[in-house]
Design a protein around this ligand. Structure first.
Ligand code: F3S
Length: 734
């Protein structure tokens, strides 16, 4: 284990540290004294403090040191902008950025890519220059989808990776524990803070039997999604497999297939190294899982899941009935294969074998059909080996190596908005409106094999296992079950070089951000606390009921501004309901007496030098871990968010940005506060485990005190004092 083996072929100085991992693991083993699951081994071998860390599944918070960070281009913008404000010369941990989310599918690969490069020029320029400046590997538009590139280049057995995209668990296919996170977590690791994760529970999926015929690996995921539902994996890691089930991640133990794939992608040295550490790259005998699911592959049928949710699983033998019973539109309008989810050489080869079978019978796709290669390497390889031509001849439009229709980047014109219709893809998400922004589109997910077969028939009633098709002369025939090689016999063709290595001398690189840009804005470090209590502050809004991060920082059209804090702040709290009038985005400005939008009112206070607070209800800030929901109130001059309770991630995000998340010790005190009261916050009382006093000055009536609790620890109090966690990091590095 003493050997120096590089993590990948792009970075000279980043090595796999099995030695350190095994030392950490030995410490934890001694403490826990029980067999461990594979995911436990990976997590515990990456602990910041293996001696002192509390470890209780589902209860403790683990402080971890991931091996890598990966960001896609939409989430990378704010992550890098925040990182820059820490003033560090380069990222502290290996990081890559991938341009995949901003390319719209319209007329096919090359043209769509050229158009995207034009439209997103300032974003790509910013990302490429900032990556060069801060020592981040940059994958240009056209390189492919983040997860496919991670598999091809960066994933390794036993590694721990965080990525700012929910499908990061893809790297579990190579035995890596890879978790999707919010931008704030990525920034922490880039700036060398430990990453915090609630100690997960573990679900084991035991696969027995042998897969054959029309059943594909994707069917395991579809089946598991049906069993666990979209919520069933929450807070858990699934060992072996899992996808759209809310799981933290899922992963496979190291095996010979992984070894072969590593060798095929020029990483045999990693494969050999993993073999020497193989004992720890799988579960211990007798490891305990919180839940075990058993699937017999010999009996597993191909599934089609959907519409509108990936956990509505129907085996193909029952699907036609379900279409009738539920009145789903029978005609299949579009079939879509590829994406980050099903872009392996095997997936593409099997899909092409079905298309070839149809072509040999003189027929083609009846429905529209698109192919999204997951990466330039996969595209180039199947172009060389002929599968791509087959799929084109079959009627397929080959899209850019990017997310495209999977993330709604699809200018679709074969149906009108609002028209009910069916599509089927091998992607992994099918929520309402996701692909084409048409809420009436019934989107289904299935294996690439089934997508191609259904596309030939053009009907949701077709079952390729039992139903015959007609060839060009009207003779009936049954499609042959798909076949395909796992790895290309001639090796992979890496295609065009789409990677930008950070230069060795980065001092002269300047980061491109136009001062007039409305999509990007450099961040100024937030001001440190002045050491004083804050008196007579207005309540910007007393929010009532559910206030999710979507109410605090809406998505949709606002996503365009996610790299521009000032512009996106115009959505701050516009979805929250004002307890004073039951309306959204209408609050009284106490300085003028006029009603105005929440962000406008906050800006007015800020311009007058008046700090403000928000009063919130239960579980304030639940929902996605959007860092903008914490950055915006800080940017617009807020000091504290005072609630009945917080969603934990949002609470931590607020602390990171130098705000005070506080909770009523007595939750009924929420009712005693009126929206036009003024409050004092005795910030000087802030100390670990001690309450803070809020002095309330009602508009009419006499002053009273309310006690507020907080969860700040010593280092977090420093964040507040210095103005933010990043300011604290910057200070430490100065
Ligand atoms: Fe992109 Fe869809 Fe995968 S958005 S990262 S192709 S799940």
């Amino acid at each position: 284990l003493d050997r120096q083996v590089r993590q990948n072929n792009h970075e000279k100085n980043n090595f796999i540290n099995y030695k350190k991992m095994s030392e950490n693991l030995a410490i934890v083993r001694q403490r826990l004294n029980r067999p461990l699951t594979y995911a436990e081994k990976i997590l515990y071998s990456h602990l910041d403090d293996p001696h002192g860390q509390d470890i209780e599944r589902g209860v403790s918070y683990l402080k971890l040191r991931p091996d890598r960070v990966a960001c896609q281009d939409a989430t990378a913008q704010m992550a890098i902008l925040q990182f820059m404000s820490a003033g560090m010369p380069s990222v502290a941990n290996p990081t890559t950025v991938h341009c995949d989310h901003l390319i719209e599918a319209q007329v096919g690969g090359a043209k769509d890519l050229t158009r995207a490069i034009e439209i997103n020029k300032e974003v790509y320029d910013f990302l490429s220059t900032s990556c060069a400046k801060y020592d981040i590997g940059f994958w240009k538009p056209g390189s492919g989808i983040i997860h496919q590139i991670l598999l091809e280049n960066y994933a390794f057995p036993g590694g721990l990776l965080i990525g700012t995209d929910s499908h990061t668990p893809n790297a579990g296919g190579l035995g890596m524990c890879a978790v999707g996170v919010g931008g704030a977590d990525a920034v922490d690791v880039m700036a060398n803070l430990p990453w915090e994760l609630k100690a997960p529970k573990f679900i084991g999926v035991k696969l027995t039997g042998q897969m054959s015929g029309w059943t594909a690996p994707k069917d395991i995921i579809l089946k598991v999604a049906g069993i666990l539902t979209v919520k069933g994996g929450t807070g858990a890691i699934v060992e072996y497999m899992g996808a759209e089930i809310g799981a933290t991640t899922s992963l496979f133990p190291f095996n010979d297939r992984m070894y072969d794939y590593l060798a095929a992608t020029n990483r045999s040295e990693i494969g050999d190294f993993a073999r020497s550490y193989a004992k720890e790259l799988r579960e211990d005998e007798g490891a305990e899982y919180d839940q075990v699911i058993e699937i017999n592959l010999s009996e597993l049928e191909p599934h089609i899941n959907g519409p509108f949710t990936p956990d509505l699983a129907t085996p193909i033998s029952k699907f036609s009935e379900a279409v009738k019973a539920n009145n789903w539109p029978e005609e299949l309008k579009v079939g879509l294969i590829g994406s980050c989810t099903n872009s392996s050489y095997e997936d593409m080869s099997r899909a092409a074998s079905i298309a070839r079978d149809a072509l040999d019978h003189g027929i083609k796709a009846k429905s529209l059909f698109t192919v999204t290669p997951g990466s330039e390497q996969i595209r180039a390889t199947i172009a060389r080996d002929g599968q791509l031509q087959t799929l084109e001849e079959f009627g397929g439009m080959v899209l850019a190596n990017a997310c495209g229709p999977c993330i709604g980047q699809w200018s679709r014109d074969d149906v009108r908005k609002g028209e009910a219709n069916s599509i089927i893809s091998s992607y992994n998400r099918n929520f309402t409106g996701r692909n084409d922004a048409n809420p009436a589109t019934h989107a289904f997910v299935a294996s690439p094999d089934l997508v191609v077969a259904m596309t030939i028939a053009g009907s949701l009633h077709f079952n390729p296992l039992t139903d015959k098709l007609k060839d060009k002369d009207g003779n009936e025939f049954l499609l042959a079950p798909p076949t395909g090689e796992g790895l290309p016999a001639k090796g992979y063709d890496s295609g065009e070089d789409t990677y930008q290595t950070p230069p060795t001398d980065r001092s002269s690189v300047s980061v491109a951000v136009s001062p007039t840009s409305d999509r990007l804005q450099l961040l100024e470090p937030f001001q440190p606390w002045d050491g004083k209590d804050k008196l007579n502050m207005p309540i910007l809004i007393k929010a009532q009921g559910k206030t999710t991060t979507d109410h605090i920082s809406m998505a949709g059209p606002w996503l365009k501004y996610r790299g521009h804090l000032d512009n996106i702040s115009n959505n701050m709290l516009i979805g929250a309901i004002n307890a004073a009038n039951g309306e959204a985005n209408k609050v009284k400005n106490f300085t003028t007496g006029a009603y105005d939008a929440v962000p406008a009112t906050a800006r007015d206070y800020k311009s007058k030098g008046i700090p403000w607070v928000v009063i919130g209800d239960w579980n304030y800030g639940e929902g996605s871990s959007r860092e903008h929901a914490a950055l915006e109130p800080r940017h617009l001059g807020g000091l504290a968010i005072i609630t009945r309770s917080f969603a934990r991630i949002h609470e931590t995000n607020l602390k990171k940005q130098g705000m005070l998340p506080l909770t009523f010790i007595n939750p009924e005190d929420y009712d005693k506060i009126q929206p036009d009261d003024k409050v004092d916050l005795l910030c000087t009382e802030l100390a670990v485990g001690k309450p803070i006093t809020m002095r309330v000055h009602p508009k009419n009536g006499s002053t009273f005190d309310v006690k507020l609790a907080h969860t700040f620890n010593e280092p977090q109090i420093e964040w507040f004092k210095n103005g933010s966690a990043l300011n604290t990091m910057a200070k430490a590095h100065a």
